[in-house]
Design a protein around this ligand. Structure first.
Ligand SMILES: [Zn+2]
Ligand SMILES: [Zn+2]
Length: 765
């Protein structure tokens, strides 16, 4: 007896050792190629891709396998699943006996583990293969837990056609995740794998109901569930048909799949309802504008607090091949129009250069040959900085950029993650602030979210893998962000959609529009405390449309998205930062009032940052009693003079007043007997441009215009060509001259001896 035990023990030991050696030599490494599924922030599948083998094989996690599903399945397939080591010896013996008596081979002996082996490595049914399969089953049991093996089974089990696994079956037949399946639905689904073609859901529903009820009654007999639960399940109609796989957010889904090629489940931060609602909105919006030859739009919705991207619409219709629906407009590089202006103004606030009420001149200006115009080709004269930003005036923006300098703005944009601008950097000039550069909707929306987050730029979070930046990168200060937001919230502005007040409910948001050169791109980016929404409308073909504008084409969509998103935002508005205070300024300049500044207004400023400059909108001038001659301190007589104030106008504003015939107060001519030499404020030659080249056609010699801008006290200017006096003229009167060939020096001297020179080159054509 003892000996027998010993032999049995030895046999068992060698069998186990043999198994271990085989397990080591031929490890079982299941490699399952899943179809990629992209979920929303709650785990709902929003988009699914076929697997490499063109199967709908969607991975379900352990948490998606409910106790109800587990209980039903184990009872039906393998009652001793938790007790056997992969193979159920009693079942094998029973099946063997049955085979002998009936002469048929049944698969009743298969455990769930054995079925997993066969699903992973399908083999012909031979006795040798059976032994191999038993070995594999032991291996699975050795290396994986019961829960994992059950999960493998539920991920691989066939459901007819190219549907595999409980998750795909649940989604594509019942349109819901496995956790929400009822007992009736679970029972039906556990039967299908036995006869996947004859019981395929949606085709033979009657047969499926009959088979389901057989099993439900068996559950009742075995008292697996309560009587009334079974009764409910029996009464439940089987509503099942083959559904389409979810295809929301196609552009983001493709993007995330490309970034995570081996992830079976990608957890995006989208909100399924918001996403489908906005996709619908964009599609309808563009459908109504196709008549105008406007065919596409993109939208990005970012939650400012979490930085989660809650909706992502790359184009109006992904399936519209004709209009490039597959192009991802969120990442397409386009001209920003005026949408970078807020960043520039914010920077200028931080540099102390401007405050909201600071006066800037919106008059024709020449920036070394660059003469920008406004969108409506109209000039407004002196305006406040806030008016200039809210009305998106071009000349003030270029002037401010000239002061801030393009390298500074470029380095800010680099810091803010603008990739194309980084590449273009060395080719960018002042025109970049009017759209002469490339940006994406993604970059712009992220930048505007920073304005909402006290100037701190944070990473956009597309998936739950990306952690929230606790501290962002400061782009502008909280104070500058606050001032910007106030300006961008103003509703008396021209970039509201035409007739907005009777058509749209206007949400409380800060926003900025942009229209690119050639009317190719319409932008509108807006934010409140909770959300930043970026909208682009245009054609992927790049075709411009005369009716296209940020105000009329992109803003209505922005407003309707905000209304859907956050109609009555529970979050209040931004609080005034401690360092933003009020001060009195002169309305004529926006500077600190001087003794002659009678019109004073309140202005916000940043303590310790905003410039503290005394107003010089007027200046004191000494004149003779009748006010016909002015004096300087050098020639001021001992008596018989008056001290009067005169407008202290910038040369370009004087030129503008002259051009527009706007009356202004002129300083009387300077004392002709004065011998002092003046240096400050020489004439500014605005035509031709310094360093330019001219090609003269020999048959018709052209004349070139000479023009300058001068101080308020200049009565006459003298033009010299190569140091020879050419002509005398009034300061604001352009003259035309013929130039000699070669390098030509052009000089302009005013009646006080102040002089400027430029050089041009004249060549024969
Ligand atoms: Zn003043
Ligand atoms: Zn003098």
């Amino acid at each position: 007896m003892k000996r027998k035990f010993k032999i049995a023990g030895l046999a068992l030991l060698s069998a186990v050792s043999l198994f271990m050696i085989f397990d080591f030599a031929f490890p079982f490494q299941p490699k399952i190629h899943y179809a990629t599924q992209v979920t929303d922030h709650k785990g709902n599948v929003i988009h699914a891709f076929l697997s490499k083998e063109d199967k709908w094989r969607l991975y379900s996690g352990v948490s998606e396998i409910t106790p109800l599903l587990r209980k039903t399945l184990i009872y039906k397939e393998d009652q001793y699943f938790y007790y056997h080591p992969g193979v159920n010896p009693f079942a094998i013996v029973r099946a063997g006996v049955r085979n002998i008596f009936t002469g048929r081979r049944t698969s009743g002996a298969s455990t769930i583990t054995m079925q997993v082996v066969r699903l992973m490595e399908p083999r012909r049914r031979t006795y040798l293969n059976k032994i191999l399969e038993i070995h594999r089953a032991f291996q699975l049991e050795l290396h994986y837990s019961k829960a994992e093996i059950l999960q493998m089974y539920l991920n691989l089990v066939p459901y007819g056609g190219n549907i595999e696994g409980i998750k795909a079956a649940s989604l594509l037949y019942f349109g819901k995740p496995p956790q929400l399946l009822s007992l009736s639905e679970i029972t039906a689904l556990t039967i299908v794998p036995n006869r996947p073609s004859s019981l395929r859901p949606g085709t033979r529903n009657d047969a499926l109901v009959a088979a389901r009820n057989v099993w439900l009654r068996r559950f009742e007999e075995e008292r697996l569930f309560d009587k009334n639960i079974i009764q409910d399940a029996l009464n439940e109609p089987l509503v099942v048909k083959r559904l389409q796989a979810p295809k929301l957010a196609p552009h983001l889904a493709l993007r995330l799949k490309k970034e995570n090629p081996d992830e079976p489940v990608i957890h995006s931060q989208l909100k399924i309802q918001l996403q489908s609602q906005i996709e619908e909105q964009v599609k309808n919006y563009i459908n109504r504008r196709k008549m105008m030859n406007i065919h596409n739009a993109s939208v990005l919705v970012v939650n400012n607090e979490t930085m989660e991207v809650e909706a992502y619409v790359g184009s109006a219709d992904f399936n519209d091949v004709f209009d490039g629906g597959q192009v991802d407009g969120v990442r397409a590089v386009r001209s920003p129009g005026s949408t970078l202006k807020p960043l520039l103004y914010g920077t200028a606030f931080d540099w102390g250069l401007i405050t909201p009420k600071k006066i800037v001149n919106d008059v024709p200006s020449n920036f070394s040959g660059y003469e920008p115009e406004n969108f409506d080709q109209h000039f407004n004269g002196p305006v406040t900085a806030e008016f200039a930003l809210a009305n998106s005036l071009n000349i003030p923006a270029v002037k401010i950029l000239k002061e801030v300098s393009t390298p500074v703005l470029i380095s800010k944009l680099r810091k803010a993650g603008f990739k194309t601008i980084d590449i273009q950097a060395k080719d960018l000039g002042l025109s970049m602030i009017l759209g002469g550069c490339g940006v994406t909707l993604e970059e712009l929306t992220r930048l505007f979210a920073a304005f909402s987050n006290e100037g701190e730029l944070k990473k956009l979070r597309y998936t739950s893998e990306t952690p929230l930046d606790k501290k962002g990168t400061p782009i502008i200060s909280p104070e500058a962000s606050y001032l910007l937001t106030n300006i961008l919230t103003q509703i008396t502005r021209p970039d509201l959609p035409t007739n907005f007040d009777n058509t749209y409910h206007l949400p409380k948001i800060a926003w900025k529009t942009g229209t690119s050169y050639g009317k190719r791109d319409a932008w509108s980016i807006g934010y409140n405390r909770r959300y930043t929404v970026g909208v682009w409308v245009g054609n992927f073909s790049g075709e411009g449309v005369p009716e296209l504008s940020g105000a009329n084409t992109a803003t209505p969509l922005l407003f309707s998205i905000f209304n859907a998103l956050d109609y009555n935002s529970p979050k209040g508005w931004y609080e005034t930062p401690a360092n933003v205070s009020l001060r009195k300024v002169c309305a004529e300049s926006g500077d600190i009032p001087s003794e002659f500044c009678t019109h004073q207004i309140l202005d916000q400023y940043i303590t310790g940052v905003s410039a503290y400059k005394r107003c010089q909108h007027l200046r004191w001038v000494f004149t003779d009693k009748p006010g016909k001659i002015s004096y300087c301190t050098y020639c001021l007589p001992e008596n018989g003079f008056e001290k009067r104030t005169y407008a202290n106008l910038a040369p370009e504003l004087i030129a503008y007043n002259e051009l527009q015939k706007i009356p202004y107060q002129k300083i009387p001519p300077h004392n002709p007997d004065c011998e002092r030499v003046f240096h400050e404020g020489p004439p500014l030659i605005v035509s031709p441009n310094d360093g330019s080249e001219y090609y003269l056609r020999p048959d018709e010699p052209q004349q070139i215009q000479l023009a300058c801008q001068t101080s308020n006290d200049v009565q006459e200017v003298f033009w010299y060509i190569n140091d020879k006096l050419k002509q005398k003229s009034a300061p604001h009167e352009g003259i035309f001259v013929s130039l000699p060939l070669g390098r030509v020096k052009i000089s302009c001297t005013d009646d006080k001896g102040r002089n400027s020179n430029i050089w041009v080159t004249v060549k024969k054509m």
